[in-house]
Design a protein around this ligand. Structure first.
Ligand code: HSE
Length: 307
């Protein structure tokens, strides 16, 4: 095998109550990478379609994560990489994570002895750090594992795969504004109140229990954000009006996807997710905010080889 094409899905991080520790994978939307094994050591980015990014490996998320993996394994060969970006940069659905996870997953396909998803996540986080200034794994992990992933610890990194209830869908809206993760992290307070920490831990535990028991009412009650949303929603015009519209239309929960500006609504069933999408599009039009929208099942699958 000399050449492969890898699909790397979009992901939703935080999911309201799990800042930096929870995320899930989406269906359909994702980036693609084509990797060709070459004798020359290193990561050689030969084509970038869909985004204006540096082709220098050290300045590109794909390059940084890929080089970290080559270094870790002391490989004496390298890869030419073509990058096809379908996830817009700074959109909040894991664009940099898809690049980082895609390259480490892709290189792994060429190895006789494969690395685990946990090892790949650690390497992918190096690429994520280039984009966001911080080594968080809540997009990279669901990209690699699929489904919902919970990071139970960073030192050492530990990841638990959570079950995905069959009827769980997400409606995503992506307003045409850009929010840099680095900046969206800088506006957060360094300390939080005991009261909001109690609410957040109850909600995260409730959501995990809801996923295990496919209890949609519990998922609805628990998927709330007492810590981050009050600060970040100011970066997203009409956030409160959109949230109200989504919940009134039957959404279980609404929130900022990762660091935004995309927003997600969790829904029970595809029909409900589509009704929420219609309502949100009508609200977006009323307030004059341009956005894309789509409906996706919460995907049980992560990266995959497509050619
Ligand atoms: N957990 C991260 C954040 C996800 O919210 O800053 C963004 O990539």
């Amino acid at each position: 095998m000399e050449k492969i094409r890898v699909f790397s899905p979009a992901t939703v991080a935080n999911v309201n109550c799990g800042f930096d520790v929870l995320g899930f994978a989406l269906d359909g939307l994702g980036d693609e990478l084509v990797l060709t094994k070459v004798d020359k050591p290193g990561i050689h980015i030969i084509k970038i379609v869909g985004a204006s990014l540096s082709a220098k490996a050290e300045e590109n998320v794909v390059g940084v994560a890929g080089l970290a993996m080559l270094d870790y394994l002391a490989l004496d060969y390298g890869f030419e990489v073509e990058i096809y970006k379908n996830i817009r940069l700074g959109s909040g659905v894991g664009s940099s994570a898809a690049s980082a996870a895609g390259i480490v997953y892709g290189i792994n396909q060429f190895l006789e002895t494969k690395l685990s998803n946990l090892e790949l996540t650690k390497l992918g986080m190096k690429g994520e750090a280039l984009a966001s200034g911080n080594e968080h794994a809540d997009n990279v992990a669901p990209c690699l594992y699929g489904g919902f992933t919970l990071i139970t610890g960073y030192q050492p990194l530990n990841i638990v795969e959570l079950p995905v209830p069959d009827e769980l869908y997400a409606t995503i809206i992506h307003p045409h504004i850009e929010i840099k993760t680095k900046e969206a992290r800088e506006i957060l307070p360094k300390e939080v109140s005991l009261q909001s920490a109690i609410s957040q831990s109850g909600n995260l535990a409730g959501l995990v229990a809801g996923l295990y028991s496919s209890d949609y009412e519990l998922i609805k009650d628990a998927t709330k954000d007492a810590l981050i949303e009050p600060y970040r929603k100011q970066l997203i015009p009409h956030f409160d009006a959109l949230k109200k519209a989504a919940l009134n239309a039957g959404g279980l929960a609404f929130g900022i996807s990762g660091s935004g500006p995309s927003m997600f609504t969790l829904c029970k069933g595809e029909a409900s997710a589509k009704a929420v999408e219609t309502e949100l599009n009508s609200k977006l039009q009323t307030v004059g905010l341009e956005a894309d929208s789509y409906v996706s099942k919460v995907s049980k699958h992560g990266n995959k080889v497509i050619e």
